[in-house]
Design a protein around this ligand. Structure first.
Ligand SMILES: [Mg+2]
Length: 183
């Protein structure tokens, strides 16, 4: 175990619809916490792409699902959560990812525990780090779009690249078809 291992996702996929729900269930996962921006929705766009919509509908049927979004208003996340009839936690200040307060709140809402919950998101520095710190199974998804907050682009993504290089996982890895990473 190295110092950077807290950044290492358990799984790397190209898009949420590549996440194998059977495999998650077989692993004992019952709850899914899903990031919104650039994981389900392209930044600034209101609707899910058809393949992601189909995946999300199936996920909501089979698992207890909550959305966890770093957002001051949570408007986009809430709208999406309402459409699926699932809870949504919009986190800011000291609850925001990579802090774990929002994840714990979301797990309380869906009645799951770290042992049986997966965190799915496009950012190592927020989603994966928060999930690992809270003891969840973590899945890193390639971001949907190139557009994002200036700070995310300039700071988080550079750190993400550094960490991914050091730990030997990167975005090219799932170009070959999303293989699981051994911890
Ligand atoms: Mg995101």
């Amino acid at each position: 175990m190295g110092l950077l291992d807290v950044f290492r996702p358990d799984e790397v996929v190209r898009s949420v619809d590549e996440i194998d729900l059977d495999a998650l269930a077989a692993r004992g996962i019952e709850g899914l916490l899903i990031d919104v921006d650039n994981t389900l929705l392209a930044y600034g766009l209101p609707d899910l792409a058809p393949e992601r919509l189909a995946w999300a509908e199936q996920a909501c049927r089979r698992f207890r699902v909550a959305l966890v979004s770093n957002s001051m208003t949570g408007r986009r996340a809430r709208r999406l959560a309402n459409a699926f009839g699932i809870p949504c936690v919009a986190v800011w200040h000291w609850d925001r990812k990579p802090f774990t307060g929002g994840l714990r709140r979301a797990m309380r809402l869906i009645g799951s525990t770290p042992e049986n919950t997966a965190m799915i998101g496009d950012q190592v520095m927020t989603d994966v780090l928060a999930g690992n710190r809270a003891g969840l199974y973590t899945i890193w998804v390639e971001r949907i779009g190139e557009n994002e907050f200036f700070f995310t682009r300039m700071v988080h993504r550079r750190m993400e690249e550094f960490v991914a290089r050091r730990l030997g996982f990167d975005r090219d890895q799932h170009k070959d078809g999303g293989e699981a990473i051994q911890r």
